[in-house]
Write a protein that binds this ligand. Structure first.
Ligand SMILES: Nc1nc2c([nH]c(=O)n2[C@H]2C[C@H](O)[C@@H](COP(=O)(O)OP(=O)(O)OP(=O)(O)O)O2)c(=O)[nH]1
Length: 150
């Protein structure tokens, strides 16, 4: 029998942090997308991704979600950080993976917007669960000061 699940059981979410790298392997811009109309936090900026379906690994879910939402096929997903977020609507366990390789043309299949960003991020508002990621980037990159607006 499966475990009883109440509404505060965390939902696993695979999140893709697509990062450009230069010839020396230094990381540069990263991709943010806005949440589509009709979803909670519509219009907020986040890293693309979505919930795991039954039986999927994080990497499988990420590959499916980025194909569905952005029309791209990703290469390897490199697990980076895991974060638990408690929202009024749900508890989520976010599995952030860095992705350096992808193929295909970006297509916004859910009428979202995309932006290649650097620190500090210009787009706003940023989803609460995205803000820690910007802090991790700041630490990795030695970026002092604000990570985003607002
Ligand atoms: N994709 C993504 N989701 C995030 C981030 N930070 C954060 O707190 N979340 C939260 C928001 C949502 O509660 C959850 C992701 O669920 P979602 O509703 O976008 O996923 P989904 O595409 O599978 O949606 P659906 O099919 O259930 O409508 O994770 C982030 O950086 N990226």
């Amino acid at each position: 029998m499966s475990e009883p699940k109440d509404e505060r059981t965390p939902v696993d979410v695979a999140v893709g942090v697509l990062v450009e790298r230069d010839a020396e392997g230094r990381e540069g811009r990263f991709l943010l997308t806005s949440r589509p109309e009709g979803k909670v936090y519509a219009g907020y900026w986040e890293f693309p991704g979505g919930k795991l379906e039954a039986g999927e690994t994080v990497e499988q879910a990420l590959r499916r979600e980025l194909q569905e939402e952005l029309g791209i096929t990703i290469g390897a997903a490199h697990p980076w950080k895991i974060e638990l977020m408690d929202y009024p609507h749900a508890r989520v366990r976010l599995h952030f993976c860095k992705v350096y390789d992808w193929a295909g043309e970006f297509e916004m299949r859910e009428q979202q917007q995309m932006a290649w960003e650097n620190l500090p991020v210009r787009q706003q508002p940023v989803l609460p669960g995205t803000i820690p990621v910007l802090r991790w980037f700041a630490d990795e990159r030695g970026h002092a000061g604000a990570t985003h607006r607002g």
